[in-house]
Write a protein of this length. Structure first.
Length: 266
């Protein structure tokens, strides 16, 4: 694995050098794009070697999702179905093992890194800012854990970022098609974890308080995006309709709905 990564880094550096020379020997600068690719390869290689270690067995939560992947359904008691399908794809391709189950987490973290790079680069037109955004992301302990251990938060984080990127393009760049893509990624996020629904009031509040972009509330595109996401959640509604809406009752108990709104500063 180390030799393969070294060859990849050296080959990549040949065509995309880390240090770019300008006019004169003192005029040199770092290629942050090249640095991003090389760091991503090395970090991913470390994560692959970590999950390949036999001693790192699945956590109870991962084992539960793996069990779901062996009994595919429209949805499940406590969580949406996407994580089961993700694990099923990787275990079908690479066999039944803890490595195969967690390979999905590393793959999603790589895609999230790429999405973050493109998103930030589009916002600030700066490779440097994009690189340090990726660096800060990987320094977050929760993200680092989610890049190795597969939970429902891992795909949700990816689709949360992807939805934000499309919403940025829709709201700030007036890209109409981006509204529909944001609906698709919002739907995929909801199929990953129900917490994704909190993004909707966040965007709604922004549009209400932003004078420059408030006009979108009078357009049909944002509502079409929500409709697309709602339609994509059909498996969740269908399964709950067939099981006495048990997921909604479960989530209501977790949220202490029967006790009303309780604020606990502690």
């Amino acid at each position: 694995l180390g030799i393969t990564c070294s060859i990849c880094v050296l080959t990549f550096n040949k065509y995309y050098p880390l240090i770019i020379s300008g006019e004169g020997t003192s005029n040199k600068r770092i290629s942050y794009f090249s640095l991003f690719i090389q760091v991503a390869v090395l970090v991913s290689a470390f994560r692959l070697s970590y999950i390949a270690a036999f001693k790192h067995a699945l956590t109870p939560e991962e084992a539960q999702y793996w069990d779901w992947s062996r009994h595919l359904d429209w949805s499940y008691y406590s969580k949406p179905p996407l994580i089961a399908y993700l694990i099923r794809v990787f275990t079908e391709l690479f066999g039944q093992s803890a490595f195969s189950v967690r390979l999905s987490a590393i793959t999603l973290s790589v895609i999230l890194g790429i999405v973050t790079w493109v998103f930030v680069k589009e916002m600030f037109q700066s490779d440097k800012i994009a690189f340090f955004s990726i660096l800060l992301l990987n320094l977050m302990p929760l993200f680092s854990a989610g890049a190795i251990i597969i939970t429902t938060d891992t795909p949700m984080t990816l689709f949360w970022a992807w939805t934000l990127w499309m919403l940025y393009r829709a709201i700030f760049k007036n890209k109409i098609n981006a509204w529909y893509l944001s609906g698709i990624f919002l739907g995929l996020g909801l199929l990953s974890k129900y917490t994704m629904v909190l993004l909707i009031p966040c965007i709604l509040l922004y549009l209400i308080f932003s004078k420059e972009h408030r006009f979108w509330l009078t357009r049909f595109e944002p509502y079409m995006a929500c409709l697309i996401a709602f339609i994509m959640c059909f498996p969740i509604f269908y399964w709950n309709f067939s099981h006495d809406w048990v997921t909604f009752k479960h989530v209501a108990v977790q949220a202490n709905v029967n006790q009303g709104f309780i604020l606990k500063p502690k």
